[in-house]
Design a protein around this ligand. Structure first.
Ligand SMILES: [Zn+2]
Length: 113
């Protein structure tokens, strides 16, 4: 249930950005969300529709792209993309791995009119 504060920050960052650039209508907000955050895109859109009412970003569509979990292996040194349920290197199956991606959350761009 941490979508609410996350959505509040999307609305405030995007509105600030739009106001700074004298934008009147924001059509789309592109967001990247790492799989490890556990954030649900549909929840974010739901909260967004409520919170954005009366702001410059009201009515915008959220284009949320999920980013994979990426690791770097401590044994073979290679980087790979893994599933939630297999925390091991895709190349050598070592468990000596370091997570280097999947916790991201950021607004990539705004599409404006
Ligand atoms: Zn490896």
């Amino acid at each position: 249930m941490h979508e609410l504060p996350v959505t509040q920050s999307i609305v405030s960052i995007a509105s600030e950005e739009a106001n700074k650039n004298n934008v009147k209508v924001v059509k789309e907000i592109r967001i990247k969300v790492g799989r490890l955050t556990g954030l649900m895109p549909s929840c974010i859109q739901y909260y967004f529709d409520i919170i954005s009412k009366g702001t410059v970003v009201e009515g915008a569509i959220l284009d949320i792209e999920k980013l994979p979990i990426r690791i770097r292996c401590g044994s073979c040194g290679k980087e790979s993309v893994i599933d939630m349920n297999s925390y091991s290197c895709s190349f050598c199956s070592s468990n000596d791995i370091k997570i280097i991606g999947g916790n991201e959350f950021y607004i990539e761009s705004l599409e404006v009119e």
